[in-house]
Design a protein around this ligand. Sequence first.
Ligand code: NIG
Ligand code: FE
Length: 432
Amino acid sequence: MTDIQFSGDKVVADFIIHNLAVAVIYPEPYRGQGTAVGWEVEEQKEVSIASFKGVIVWIGPSADLSDHVMIAADARFYNGEGLLATPGFVDSHTHLVYAGDRSDEFEMRVQGRPYLDILAAGGGILRTTGAIRDLAEDVIYEESAFRLESAMEWGVTTIEIKTGYGLDLKNELKMLRVIDRLRRDYPARIVATFMGAHAVPAEHRENPDQFVDEICNVWIPEVARLKLAKFNDVFTENKAFSVEQSRKVLEAGLKHGLKAKIHADEVNVLGGVDLAVELGCTSADHLLMTGDEGIAKLKESGVIPTVLPGTSTYLMESHHAPARKMIEAGLPLAIASDHNPGSCQFLGAGIIQSLAMLQLKMSSSEALIAQTLHAAHALAMGEDIGAIEVGRRMDIALFELDSFRQIGYRVGQNFLHDLIIDGQPVFSGEVE
Ligand code: NIG
Ligand code: FE
């Protein structure tokens, strides 16, 4: 983190968003100590936010700016008049790199065919695996870049992207290279997760344990050596990976410096939450079926529970993740899109926020914190991003709205005006 510099008693700034109508501030940001504190945000009016080398150095009433901030000679100003500033959204769980179309499966599911049945019949994840193996890296890149742009257009400044459609070393590395290329080409912060244990491919169907051994002994060491992923994830589910297999995969990752994530309790409760707590996973995701016992265990851990309202909606589940119970238990709940070609085509951050409210009964304030600060913790970035606070990165979403409460309320309508990442405007370049 850049040290904040002072000139006399003024703080030095090289980028200022001035005259903002409203900025959303989190009075008691979660500091990663187990229990979420403030779920109520504060809307400050007529404020300016100043940064230096991409780090927020001052937030205060626009009228006080010149008393507290020393404007560097080459400083740039961004006119915030009429705009609402929220922290940039953090989408901490996506499968955004993929290719091909599964709209026929969507129709089948609408007619009642279960998601796991489609997977067991060689469709689902395995269908996308066929596309990833067949298509050129450039084609996969182009399709994925389009979706990344769309996510950013909805206010996302940080996004996690998983592999898991290659399912052999060559094609998993192909996916990691696509993610890496997106990271280099776009200003968004992109976090890569290796998910070789997403499904058992056809060639290993007879011997899934051997497939797991290959992931642990060959793929993970190679992915770690190439430094292409921060996290290692596993789909712990019937027709995917058992708890024992998942333990092996996650332990192999941890041994090689890959932090652990887990897809747990999405359809069946197999013990994924216990495993997440035992291994100290950074996050446990889905948690649709998690009960009181699982919530109590999560409470004793530093695992960030991440729920995905887009997926339970898209899968037409009658039941959704117990977000209210988690919030009432004091858990630092995160929400994310889980955007993928089969179980969730929702992508826009604002829509995920609407779904968190409509399906999970979260308040607009809870949804916003879950989708920014807590999601940042789900990526082990909770110290640096996720809130408008002095010392954090200047990652901000600017909306043509009067209040953050309108983001979820105006379902499916996008009022994003611009994004600021590291103190750099992304879209309009409206700098004075
Ligand atoms: O997170 N749950 C497993 N994997 C994805 C679905 C991927 C797919 O269907 O392509 C998910 O929901
Ligand atoms: Fe997922």
